[in-house]
Design a protein around this ligand. Sequence first.
Ligand code: FA5
Length: 339
Amino acid sequence: MKEQLQVLKAEALAEIGNANESKVLNEIRVKYLGKKGSLTAILRGMGSLSAEERPVIGELANKVRQEIEIAIDERLITVEAAEQAAILAKERIDIFLPGRQRKKGFPHPLQLVIEEIEEIFLGLGFTIAEGPEVETDYHSFEALNLPKNHPARDMQDSLYITQDIVLRPHTSPVQIRTMEKLNPQPIRIIAPGRVYRRDALDATHSPIFHQIEGLVVDEGITFGDLKGILTIFAKRLFGEDRQVRFRPSYFPFTEPSAEVDVSCGCNGKGCRICKGSGWLEILGAGSVNPVVLQMSKYDPDKVSGFAFGMGVERIAMLKYEINDIRVFLENDQRFLAQF
Ligand code: FA5
């Protein structure tokens, strides 16, 4: 039995010496010292020993157990240190590696144009108003002097939700909502927002686009005020050197009505953008029709006003010389990143 113990010790120490992984050392511990291990198996045979031999073998067995345990623990220190070093080497952070660049976001060109126009009008004493995109027929048409069956309703081929509810085809209903809210106070607002029409998508039309409405109501407001404000606006937006011209037009909610053009950047030479005319159309406008004032309970004998409405996409196209409205909807990063 003594010999068996010596052989077991020699085998165990040799295995420990060869082990290079902590996992293997733990397996060796179980193999020799565990409940079902070889040392335990030898000790089970002690019953057959004489009373004198038993304590001698018992002591030897304990010593062998201790020596194997110490050898495993010592070897573990070296092996675990090597394992730790290997992990650190593998996970080392290279602080000189250049970082990954995150792409910065940027505002949409339409947003930039809306903000620029808002800034100009805020500087002229206007405030910003809003209205719903899902509107009543009354606010979209009737109160703007476009009764049911009025031929001018064809001007905006609209998207109806029910007979009386419509996706607003222009921002003009905000005129009515503002008059209802502020009556009888004077008004000086602009109202930017999204509008919807049954127009097919092509280079210059979109079924969803943006307008900016304007409305001024006060005592003694004249067509001259309208010309003054819109001339200042056009020059601030396109450049002081530009000319502004007012052409007679028709809108049921304004009387008289005008369409406003700004001279093209080609200086009348005629180019692709103005299609050779030297002028760019930028908005519709006019003195508020007294019928409209009256319907919203402003007294046309006491106050008068002017209103205007412009298409944001068309203005952005003129400003940035873009010849296809669809690029605003496509979200191509290469296009959007230019602004
Ligand atoms: C109107 O919508 C009037 N409400 C404007 C107005 C307001 C006049 C206040 C007088 C007083 P119009 O239908 O012309 O007008 O549209 C105004 C602008 O919207 C046009 O000049 C154009 O720039 C733009 N627009 C019209 N249809 C489209 C479309 N399908 N896609 C992009 N822009 C459009």
